[in-house]
Write a protein that binds this ligand. Structure first.
Ligand code: FMN
Length: 331
């Protein structure tokens, strides 16, 4: 049984990765329904929280049915991160997660996110202060290092454990790699081989099929896996992986009715949550995967990602339901 503090997460939990503009309440609702064992919010700026910025504060909204859930924060100032942590705790998540992995310039080049991998001592003291500031378990999400010459993930995991974090998720790329090349999970073995390390270690990077999940589970000895991009528009990935790990067999892919029902639920919640304009816009990245593998779908996809009207998306979904009524998805 994998545990973070008192939270029991089953034998090999599958985590929904924190993803800006993706892992919001509407998307989390469909991931939860499809087997995600632990979910994280989008990252929240500590400075934004302290300033009470609307965008940051809205990301604190979590619902009982989502539990267990972690709220993730980022920032480069220890004092601001402490204050933000206290604000997060008031929202009553199960976990507070610290983002030490974001590679984008405007975050990392200011010393937040993956930027802190250039100053491990500061990373350790910041973490220690945050752990002291809250009662809920603190977890960390990070990368292997800044670049190939600065990979110190074994030491980092141990030092962060020693100042009180209760789990670590490792995206097995460096900051320099951004999202390019393959994630190198062999470092996860090294982290797990450290006899002093007892907190759960979750592997992250490139898990996109049940087969790959099974292969990496067998090879890399991690306590669970975190899934990001492969879940976008395909929340079924969680249950598909679980089923394959348990039985060695693949679940039948979701039917057209399921795809449409889940896409519609996601769309409705999105529009309700963010308003029509933004709700429609942020749904666009999901459609390709919701309807993955369907022949001659390009025309519908193009329509879906260009319209700005809720009614029109619903009409397109109805038309898709009629056109592909007899289509069978193969494994
Ligand atoms: C659109 C997008 C937004 C992301 N936002 C965050 C974020 O807010 N916090 C974070 O820790 N990682 C973020 N990430 C990184 C993912 O959590 C994950 O580490 C990365 O995508 C690798 O996992 P994957 O190969 O399963 O996608 C983001 C990734 C993507 C694609």
């Amino acid at each position: 049984m994998v545990k973070i503090g008192n939270l029991e997460l089953g034998d090999f939990p599958l985590l929904l990765a924190p993803m800006e503009d993706v892992s919001d309440p509407p998307f989390r609702a469909v991931c939860k329904q499809n087997g995600a064992d632990l979910m994280y919010t989008e990252f929240i700026s500590s400075e934004g929280l302290i300033r009470d910025a609307a965008k940051s504060v809205q990301k604190l909204d979590i619902f009982d049915y989502e539990k267990p859930i972690g709220i993730q924060i980022f920032g480069n100032e220890i004092q601001s991160m402490r204050e933000a942590a206290a604000i997060v705790e008031e929202a009553q998540p199960d976990i507070l997660d610290i983002n030490y992995g974001c590679p984008v310039n405007k975050v990392a080049c200011k010393g937040a996110g993956a930027g802190i991998l250039l100053d491990i001592d500061k990373m350790v003291s910041m973490t220690a202060e945050i752990v002291k500031a809250v009662k809920i378990p603190v977890t960390v999400k990070t990368r292997l290092g800044w670049d190939n010459d600065t990979i110190r993930i074994v030491e980092v995991a141990e030092r962060l454990q020693d100042v009180g974090i209760q789990a670590i998720s490792i995206h097995a790329r460096t900051r320099k790699q951004m999202y390019k090349g393959e994630a190198d999970w062999s470092y996860l073995n090294l982290v797990k081989d450290n006899p002093r390390l007892h907190i759960p270690v979750f592997g992250n990077g490139d898990i996109d099929t049940p087969e790959r999940a099974a292969e990496y589970k067998a090879k890399y000895n991690v306590d669970g896996m975190m899934i990001g991009r492969a879940s976008i528009g395909y929340p079924w990935i969680f249950n598909e992986i679980k089923h394959f790990l348990e039985t060695g067999e693949k679940l039948a892919p979701p039917t057209l009715d399921e795809r449409i029902a889940v896409a519609k639920k996601h769309l409705d919640f999105s529009v309700e949550w963010k308003g029509e304009k933004l709700g429609i816009l942020e749904m666009r990245r999901h459609y390709t995967n919701y309807f993955r593998g369907m022949p001659n779908f390009k025309q519908y996809r193009t329509e879906m990602v260009t319209t700005e009207s809720y009614e029109q998306v619903c009409e397109i979904l109805d038309e898709v339901a009629r056109t592909y009524a007899d289509y069978e998805f193969s494994l």
